[in-house]
Write a protein that binds this ligand. Structure first.
Ligand SMILES: Nc1nc2c(ncn2[C@@H]2O[C@H](COP(=O)(O)OP(=O)(O)OP(=O)(O)O)[C@@H](O)[C@H]2O)c(=O)[nH]1
Ligand SMILES: [Mg+2]
Length: 429
């Protein structure tokens, strides 16, 4: 099984900051509190889009940052929440937290959604801090920072397109040129023993998965050559690309090759001939090829589109890839027994997430105490340090988390330096 994998960074939007404001009343220097709350930061949300087959789009954009909420305003107005950032993923995408290796989501059905990075809540404005004892507080909170993390996306892919043809017609060469796959290529027959898969992207941004297959020869359906094993692989593909060596270099007749291969596909009888087939005339860079192609077309009788290419000189590849992508868009899947079985092992979305770490104390070489930890750092970021009352509130929050006691236990005494992120203060006992 071939796994398409990519690591990306996601960050939910920060919440908007709360506001400190007061009502203006005639003759009253300071009216009641009137600072609104900040709006909620946006989530980064994945949603399954049926039509997507690969993770190709994530190779170009690896950072997803959702918008922050609007700040709170005066006159008690709240900031607006930000619109969620919706990112489309193909069905079958498994989302893994890169730190903990936990599965965050297993997305299988069209339209299924999962939040991969939560937006922060809005900070509260000073209206919310008013109490009978402190009716006009100068306290507001900054918005909660959005969740951020690296995640790994994994997609088990099956081939959408299978390359079939006689040995040495250039199937692996073609795959190696249109994708990042590195199949073995050589002039002897049956170079390819097991199929190689690669993700192909067309110039207009569509993508699909292509497999080369071991060469077919007469009798393959009965197990001659490497027949059996590989024919099973085409069962799953939706479009067959039939590669023909037009150079006649090996002394075979291209048209006879074409007929023989189709006969084998028919004999194998897994509805293989019901799949759309795209005929590719390869090795057009060779001297005899033009002449052979002319003859081939006459023998073919039906007016069937043929794509002349050279895998070596890369001529004709663009149109071929467009034609394949077009065909895929109009071809339904061929559900076979094996695929049904795979469906049954569908997993649910995992919801359990790691516990937020409260705080940790270490000592710097200069003797200062360094405080770290997710919960603590979040409180720090949500504190508006330009307001005395907010700073005092932060000090109270640290005390209630038990940080003062913990510092004392570590030997901190009056006047020692305590550091949180880029902020320093003196320990006061
Ligand atoms: N001149 C020319 N040679 C080609 C072209 N494409 C492939 N070849 C050569 O044909 C030989 C066979 O290529 P492969 O890609 O290994 O063929 P294959 O169809 O995968 O063969 P098997 O895996 O054995 O079935 C190699 O020597 C390639 O260099 C082409 O467009 N022009
Ligand atoms: Mg090969």
């Amino acid at each position: 099984m071939f796994v398409d994998q990519v690591k990306i960074f996601v960050k939910g939007g920060d919440g908007g900051n709360g506001m400190v404001a007061f009502r203006r009343e005639k003759y009253v220097p300071k009216g009641g509190p009137a600072g609104g709350d900040g709006g909620r930061g946006a989530d980064v949300v994945f949603v399954v889009e049926e039509g997507l087959r690969t993770l190709m789009d994530f190779r170009y954009q690896r950072h997803f940052k959702a918008n922050r909420g609007e700040h709170g305003m005066s006159k008690g107005q709240h900031g607006r929440g930000a619109e969620d950032m919706v990112v489309k993923v193909p069905p079958g995408t498994v989302v893994i937290d890169d730190d903990t290796k936990e599965i965050i989501a297993d997305l299988t059905e069209h339209g299924q959604r999962a939040v991969v990075a939560k937006g922060g809540r809005g900070g509260r404005g000073n209206i919310r801090f008013a109490t009978p004892a402190n009716p006009a507080p100068e306290i507001s909170e900054n918005g909660e920072p959005g969740q951020e993390r690296y995640i790994v996306l994994e997609l088990k892919v099956l081939a959408d397109v299978g390359l079939v043809g006689f040995p040495s017609v250039g199937k692996s060469t073609l795959l190696s040129i249109v994708s990042a796959a590195k199949p073995k290529i050589a002039e002897y027959h049956f170079t390819t023993i097991v199929p190689n898969l690669g993700v192909v992207e067309t110039e207009d941004g569509r993508s699909f998965v292509m497999a080369d297959l071991p060469g077919l020869i007469e009798g393959a359906h009965e197990g001659v050559g490497l027949g059996h094993q590989f024919l099973r692989h085409i069962e799953r593909t939706r479009v067959i690309v039939h590669v023909i060596d037009m150079s006649g270099l090996e002394g075979r007749d291209p048209y006879q090759d074409y007929v023989t291969i189709n006969q084998e596909l028919k004999e194998y009888n897994l509805r293989l001939m019901e799949r759309p087939q795209i005929v590719v005339a390869n090795k057009m860079d060779m001297p005899e090829s033009e002449e052979n192609l002319k003859k081939f077309k006459q023998q073919l009788k039906e007016d069937y589109p043929i794509f002349p290419i050279s895998a070596i000189t890369r001529q004709g590849l663009r149109d071929l890839l467009f034609a394949i992508a077009d065909k895929l868009q109009t071809t339904p899947e061929f559900p076979l027994h094996e695929l049904v079985e795979e469906k049954e092992e569908q997993r649910v979305v995992y919801k359990h997430e790691k516990q937020e770490q409260e705080f940790d104390i270490t000592r710097d070489s200069d003797g200062s105490f360094v405080l770290t930890g997710e919960k603590l750092e979040k409180l720090f970021k949500m504190t508006n340090f330009s307001r005395d009352e907010s700073v005092k509130r932060f000090a109270r929050q640290l005390r209630s988390m038990g940080i003062d006691d913990a510092l004392r236990q570590r030997g901190a005494s009056n006047g020692d330096i305590v550091r949180i992120m880029d902020y320093e203060f003196e320990f006061v006992d």
